[in-house]
Ligand binder design. Sequence first.
Ligand SMILES: *Cc1c(COP(=O)(O)O)cnc(C)c1O
Length: 376
Amino acid sequence: MINFNVPPFTGKEFDYMKQAVEAQKICGDGQFTKKCNEWIEKKTGTGKALLTTSCTHALEMAALLCDIKAGDEVILPSYTFVSTADAFVLRGATAVFVDIRPDTMNIDEKLIEDAITDKTKAIAPVHYAGVGCEMDTIMDIAKRHNLKVVEDAAQGIMATYKGKALGAIGDYGAFSFHETKNYSMGEGGAVLIKNPKDAERAEIYREKGTNRSQYYRGQVDKYRWMEFGSSYLPSDMNAAYLYAQLEIADEINNARMHVWNMYNEELNDLKEAGKIELPYIPKECVHNAHMFYLKTKDLDERTKLIDFLKKNEILSVFHYVPLHTAPAGVKYGRFHGEDKYTTKESDRLVRLPLYFGLKDDQVEYIVSKVKEFYNA
Ligand SMILES: *Cc1c(COP(=O)(O)O)cnc(C)c1O
């Protein structure tokens, strides 16, 4: 059986975790957390990066930093994971969904401005598959309407838009280190903060509303309850696991890219024959091979393809059920404008196995089975 995903593992993880244990510092903000934060800051150029317990929590921190309150509105795509919406809805905001572009599956930047009301506080673009949204347009809209931009870059680490790292373009960004992502610590994430002036507030929200981070740096002589907050910092053991992968991030990225390129080249005949569609990468974007997907003719064909692959010991998956059609989406959000592509395109998309360690002969086998399905 070829799994859809295998969590990344480099071999050094246990050694680093042992070091964390031997340093007798396994709670948050130990040596490996600091190394990971610095790695992200250096790689992306963001003002401040802080590891979190998940990308969901990084997005929650971003919502707190944006000062989102009950009655506010946040604009986001409906074609995304629930966390993009949850973070704002938890603060009492309404999720205002706009349609996606069928080429990248990202929010259609041309539809954002029309969805803005006097309640709108933020725009939350999602870089689907690690392919950047049209960020210049989005940042320009935000500037003219005085809105915050929170990038859901859960899938976007190591990818760029016009040379800028995804996650480091908007006011705040969020990475995920869930086991299904390119780099992992099991469960984990990071919040990226563009303006270092916001870093102190972020540290307070992350440390249960206290200024413990400042206390550890010797900047205050006792730590106290300063604001509301929660516990958003991961154990240093998890950070140690992640650091082993960040250290060889390029190697992992190249290996994933190799698989992605193999799929893209070898399935091109089917695309040329008009049987399937393949991902589109705008020229402004460098992606990170987070996922490889193809689009079938319709939902029925997709179901058959997934079943056929499964019978041949290949696990492929689809996602997401558009948020505006889900119970919580109906309750906490509304779709602005017409759902021209969100539902239709999401029904056609299939993700093929892609992980660090997937072998060339496995990719060849998967490609051959997709071709067999299409009698090609
Ligand atoms: C994975 C993912 C998340 C959630 O990440 P967690 O680390 O599991 O909280 C959020 N948004 C998108 C687009 C994702 O792909």
